[in-house]
Ligand binder design. Structure first.
Ligand SMILES: [Zn+2]
Length: 403
C-alpha cells in the first residue's frame, strides 16, 4: 500500500482526536456560577454528629468555616436576608419572622401570610445579591429564598416560584438543574436552593433526634443529585457551591417556657409582638422603666429598651423592633400559650450561643481545602460576589482569594 495513503487514516484519527478534545473543552462551561444552598436549622456540629457523605465530602474537599454566626434574632427570614444582602437586620429591615411596623398599619408580617410577605413595603431597604446581578443582565434563579417572591427595587430573580413546602427535595434539585440545561448565556449565574426539613425536624423533636438524622440524610442525597447533575452537564469547571444554614437549634424542655401574659400584669396596654427565645413588647404610653422593672422579676429573661440593646446582639433600633426586646436564658423561651404546647427545639437566641451556630462550606474547582475560623452570616455576600466576579484566565489567584 502507498505510504501516503497509509498516512491518511492516521491524520484523520489525529484530527478526530483533536476535534473530540476541543469538543469536550467547549462543552465544559467555565463561566463562574454559584449555587447557594441553605439547609435551614442545620447546626454547626451536626456535620460531625450525623452521617452525611456528600456534605462531609464537600467539607473535606473544600473550605469549612468553624461556624456561621447568625445575626440576632437568629430567625429564618432575618438571617436569609443577612446572608444574601450582607446587611444587618436593622438595615435590610426583616428584623424577625413576625413584624409590626407603625408605617405599615393594618398588616402584620407573618411567614404564613402570603399577602404580607409579598408586600414590597416590607422590603424597601433590602438589597439582595440577585438585584444587582439582574441589573447587570446576569441571570439569577431561586428554588426558594426569602424575598424572592416580591419585587425589590423593582427586580426579582429571573426564575423563581412561590414557596411550596410540599415540593420534594428531588423535584427542587431537578427544577434547578433544568434551568442549567439552557444555552450558556441563559444559565443562572447565581442559583439558590433551600431545604427546610432539618429545621422542621429540629423544632418538632429537638436537635440530635432520629428525625433530624433522617432529614439530614434526605438533604444529603439531594445534594449528591445536584452534584451529579452539574457534573453530567459539564458545569463543574465554573460552578462553586456555597452551603450555609441560617441558625442552629437548641433543646427547650417542656417546663422551661415563660408565660408572657403573666409577666406584664398591671400593664394592660402593652402588646407582645415577638415570642420565643427572643421576645419583644410594644408600649402604648406606659413608662418604659416601670415595664422593664416588672420584667426584671423574671430571672430567666434579660430585657432592654430598643435603643440600649447590648452591642453583642448586633441589633439596632428600627421601627419594626419592639420598644423592649428580651432574650431568654439558653433552653428557655417566652410563649403566649399555657403549658401543654411544647416546642422541643427552638432558635432565636443571640449568636454568642454555640447552639445557634450554622454551617458554611465552600466547594468547587480551585478552592483550596482547609478549615476557616467562625464567620458572620453578614460576610457571605462578599464571598458570593468574589466568586461571581472572578475569572480564572485573567486572575491566577481566583478563586483562592474568595473567602
Ligand atoms: Zn431557619
Amino acid at each position: 500500500m502507498d505510504r501516503a495513503v497509509m498516512r491518511w487514516p492516521m491524520f484523520l484519527a489525529a484530527a478526530a482526536l483533536a476535534f473530540a478534545a476541543k469538543g469536550a473543552w467547549s462543552a465544559e462551561d467555565a463561566t463562574p456560577r454559584v449555587v447557594l444552598v441553605s439547609i435551614d436549622g442545620y447546626r454547626a456540629d451536626y456535620l460531625d454528629q450525623h452521617p452525611s457523605p456528600t456534605l462531609r465530602r464537600l467539607a473535606a474537599e473544600g473550605r469549612r468555616a468553624q461556624a456561621l454566626i447568625p445575626a440576632f434574632p437568629s430567625a429564618t427570614f432575618t438571617n436569609h436576608l443577612s446572608i444574601i444582602t450582607g446587611q444587618p437586620p436593622h438595615r435590610h429591615g426583616i428584623v424577625n419572622n413576625t413584624m409590626h411596623d407603625p408605617a405599615i398599619p393594618g398588616q402584620v408580617f407573618r411567614l404564613r401570610d402570603r399577602e404580607a410577605i409579598t408586600n414590597p413595603a416590607w422590603w424597601t431597604t433590602a438589597d439582595p445579591l440577585w438585584v444587582s446581578l439582574e441589573k447587570r443582565g446576569l441571570p439569577t434563579a431561586t428554588v426558594f429564598w426569602p424575598g424572592s417572591e416580591v419585587k425589590i427595587q423593582g427586580v426579582q430573580p429571573r426564575d423563581w416560584l412561590p414557596y411550596d413546602g410540599d415540593l420534594g427535595h428531588t423535584q427542587r434539585v431537578d427544577l434547578l438543574l433544568s434551568w442549567f440545561d439552557r444555552p450558556a448565556h441563559r444559565r443562572p449565574r447565581l442559583a439558590t436552593l433551600y431545604f427546610s426539613a432539618v429545621d422542621s425536624a429540629g423544632h418538632s423533636t429537638g436537635p440530635g433526634s432520629d428525625a433530624v438524622d433522617r432529614a439530614i440524610q434526605d438533604v444529603d442525597a439531594a445534594l449528591a443529585r445536584l452534584l451529579d447533575g452539574l457534573e453530567s452537564r459539564g458545569l463543574l469547571a465554573g460552578t462553586r457551591l456555597v452551603v450555609v444554614s441560617d441558625h442552629g437549634m437548641a433543646p427547650v424542655p417542656w417546663n422551661q417556657q415563660i408565660y408572657a401574659p403573666e409577666l406584664i400584669e398591671g400593664f394592660p396596654a402593652v402588646r407582645w409582638e415577638w415570642f420565643g427565645p427572643a421576645s419583644g413588647l410594644r408600649l402604648h404610653g406606659e413608662d418604659r422603666g416601670a415595664v422593664l422593672q416588672r420584667l426584671a422579676r423574671e430571672p430567666k429573661l434579660q430585657c432592654h429598651g430598643k435603643t440600649q440593646l447590648p452591642e453583642a446582639w448586633g441589633l439596632e433600633a428600627h421601627s419594626r423592633v419592639p420598644d423592649i426586646v428580651c432574650v431568654a436564658s439558653m433552653g428557655w423561651s417566652v410563649t403566649d400559650r399555657r403549658l401543654g404546647f411544647p416546642i422541643p427545639g427552638q432558635h432565636g437566641y443571640p449568636g454568642t450561643h454555640p447552639e445557634m451556630h450554622g454551617i458554611f462550606l465552600l466547594w468547587g474547582r480551585g478552592i483550596a481545602p482547609g478549615p476557616q475560623p467562625a464567620r458572620s452570616a453578614l460576610s457571605v455576600r462578599s464571598t458570593l460576589e468574589c466568586l461571581l466576579n472572578g475569572d480564572s484566565r485573567a486572575d491566577p489567584d481566583f478563586p483562592h482569594r474568595c473567602h
